[in-house]
Design a protein. Structure first.
Length: 252
């Protein structure tokens, strides 16, 4: 597993500069454009609907979780599909490495990528005065767990994908709508009553709530435990399925 992780880390050393720029610029632009720009209008008209805090403080941790989801899916689906179909996995198949080791090593690297990207996001949040102290560490771990909860099932599915356009379709019609129905931009309580139970079942909602409560200092042991258990179940379940799908694809 760690040999596979080192392989991906070695590849990342050649491209990390570009990804770091994106990881810093994206949260900066989001927080300036939406958190500060649109947030000024929300603060003046509907402060009660965002728990009495500024919109920037409400929006930032939600976007932190959503960004972790997006990064994890792109790495877990796109990265795995390309590795399985065009190179890295195929090259490793004749070696003593087992399919589950390839899956575990790649997922460990994706976790590392999500951790780095989430850390950059939190640094930007701290620069805006939106988070600080030990809460920052909790939000960082919450965002990373959110990413892994998406990356593991995505990898389990994507290792069998033979056409990359299928990944684009899932991203467009599954991942992007989650932004709107998981409390990222506005509270789920503002949605119609009939759709709220669906939102509470979405993994991104659990990630958003975990990061938001940790960021605002309103987290409870019970609430956080539920969110963590839900996300951990997805991550573990995704890896267990990946062990099967990797074996079927790489050793048919």
């Amino acid at each position: 597993m760690f040999r596979v992780f080192r392989y991906w880390l070695t590849r990342y050393r050649r491209t990390w500069r570009g990804s770091i720029v994106i990881n810093v610029l994206n949260p900066l632009l989001f927080l300036i454009g939406i958190g500060a720009g649109l947030g000024a209008l929300v603060d003046d008209n509907a402060p009660a609907q965002i728990a009495g805090v500024s919109y920037a403080a409400f929006f930032a941790p939600g976007m932190l979780a959503a960004a972790a989801m997006q990064n994890a899916f792109l790495e877990g689906a796109g990265g795995v599909a390309r590795a399985a179909g065009f190179g890295a996995y195929r090259s490793a198949t004749p070696t003593p490495l087992r399919p589950e080791q390839l899956a575990a090593g790649h997922l460990l690297f994706i976790t590392f990528r999500v951790l780095i990207a989430s850390g950059a996001f939190i640094v930007v949040m701290a620069a805006f005065g939106l988070i600080g102290g030990w809460w920052a560490l909790g939000a960082l771990l919450g965002a990373t767990l959110t990413g892994v909860a998406f990356a593991a099932p995505a990898a389990a599915w994507a290792v069998g994908v033979r056409k990359l356009r299928h990944i684009d379709t899932v991203f467009r019609f599954v991942i992007m709508p989650l932004y709107m129905f998981s409390g990222t931009f506005f509270a789920v309580s503002q949605l119609p009553e009939w759709i709220r139970p669906v939102s509470y079942l979405l993994p991104l909602w659990h990630g958003v709530e975990l990061c938001r409560t940790l960021s605002l200092g309103t987290a409870t042991i019970t609430g956080s435990s539920v969110h963590i258990a839900y996300l951990l179940a997805l991550a573990i379940g995704g890896f267990l399925v990946a062990r099967v799908t990797y074996r079927r694809r790489l050793h048919p």
